[in-house]
Design a binder for this molecule. Structure first.
Ligand SMILES: Nc1nc2c(ncn2[C@@H]2O[C@H](COP(=O)(O)OP(=O)(O)OP(=O)(O)O)[C@@H](O)[C@H]2O)c(=O)[nH]1
Ligand SMILES: [Mg+2]
Ligand SMILES: [Zn+2]
Length: 355
């Protein structure tokens, strides 16, 4: 399969970047990454590339500097047939999941996506709190979130559920579809107009890969065997970028078990604009919205304009983001202290050379 760079989702800032690199390098887009090897789609078809020294050096200092699905890259074709991925274009968006352990930096799930489809099966009944959590992650990325409720063929009241979800997803479109009957697929497909890139996120068994297959019109990806509980083990094991025959790019991802939030809380604020706006009206700038006088959040809870469920969901995520910030802060301080100790040791050595 080969495609023009436009069909691979090229945008103007990446095009500018590609103009600036030496012309013996070949541009392409990373479709998938398997331990030190990337499958890169170029105008002449897919190739497999290893990392250049520069990429390896960058990765040693920052794991996020490593190639990931959706990245734009330039490749060098060597006379001995090796292909190396020389450098990456600046990312215009990145979906980053906070690491549960390890470094303070998160893991990049996909880069350069225009839209994040949060895929949720309508059966069993969706967990709204989980959708809110996905929305916070999505808003944080710089891509536009949309909620795709799938498996509509399994329920009778899809529209009622869609309305509940829409109330929990201000600023995001909510679509209803079925991969099995193809109902509602055209609306999903039209999100990809203009060769947009859409990453699919969601729990395992939600129906992400089935949706990609339905959009492609071919069974490109493995889907889970029929199970009656609607959830279960992970079928997809890697992130994969797919160019649809009808135009547009989708990135399938394995179901996310834990979705750690980034510390900044910006995504959280964007996912809860209703509460953010209320909080600005509180009497005290540092209002904790608990027992303070003239708290606009408590007032909205009391008169029912803010559902308790949503308030509790926000509080939980808020606490989590604050915890992440504190943890990263501690880690950063420990790192700085270590660096300082090292620097002062070498300073002492320089000033007081051992005989
Ligand atoms: N009835 C019905 N079943 C569906 C639909 N979409 C997916 N399924 C079923 O749901 C199950 C899970 O689908 P997958 O596409 O593998 O789910 P996934 O989100 O890719 O899961 P992971 O790869 O594990 O993250 C499979 O048995 C599908 O056949 C749908 O629209 N209607
Ligand atoms: Mg899958
Ligand atoms: Zn308040």
């Amino acid at each position: 399969m080969s495609a023009t760079l436009q069909a691979l989702g090229l945008d103007s800032s990446t095009a500018d970047f590609l103009q600036s690199v030496p012309h013996d390098l070949v541009p392409g887009r990373v479709a998938r990454v398997d331990k030190g090897l990337a499958t890169v789609l170029t105008e002449d078809g897919p190739v497999r590339a290893t990392w250049s020294g520069a990429i390896l050096a960058a990765m040693a200092g920052d794991a996020q500097a490593g190639p990931c699905t959706g990245d734009w890259a330039v490749l060098r074709f060597w006379p001995d047939e090796r292909i190396t991925l020389e450098s990456l274009a600046p990312r215009r968006s990145a979906i980053v999941r906070a690491e549960v352990s390890g470094t303070s930096k998160g893991q990049v799930l996909a880069a350069n996506v225009d839209m994040i489809a949060i895929v949720v099966g309508l059966h069993p009944e969706p967990n709204i709190g989980r959708i809110e959590r996905f929305l916070a992650l999505a808003w944080e990325s710089g891509a536009r979130p949309v909620v795709v409720l799938t498996k509509a063929d399994l329920v009778g009241d899809a529209d009622a559920v869609a309305e509940d979800v829409a109330n929990a997803a201000p600023g995001a479109d909510v679509l209803v579809c079925s991969a099995t009957t193809a109902d509602g697929l055209e609306a999903v497909r039209s999100l990809l107009d203009g060769n947009a890139t859409m990453a699919l996120l969601g729990s395992s068994g939600a129906g992400k890969s089935s949706l990609v297959n339905a959009l492609a019109g071919v069974e490109l990806l493995d889907v889970q065997d029929i199970r009656d509980d609607g959830k279960g083990r992970h079928t997809s094991v890697r992130r994969e970028l797919i160019v649809l025959p009808t135009g547009g790019i989708v990135i399938d991802t394995p179901g996310l078990r834990g979705i750690g939030l980034q510390e900044s809380g910006e995504g959280l604020a964007a996912a809860f604009p209703d509460i953010t706006a209320l909080a600005e009206q509180c009497k005290f700038k540092d209002c904790a919205h608990l027992t303070e006088p003239d708290c606009a959040v408590q007032a909205a809870l009391a008169d029912g304009t803010l559902p308790v469920r949503r308030y509790e969901s926000w509080t939980k995520l808020q606490r989590e983001a604050a915890f992440m910030a504190r943890r990263n802060d501690l880690r950063l301080r420990a790192e700085t202290k270590k660096q300082w100790a090292r620097a002062s040791k070498s300073y002492r050595r320089d000033v007081n050379p051992r005989p």
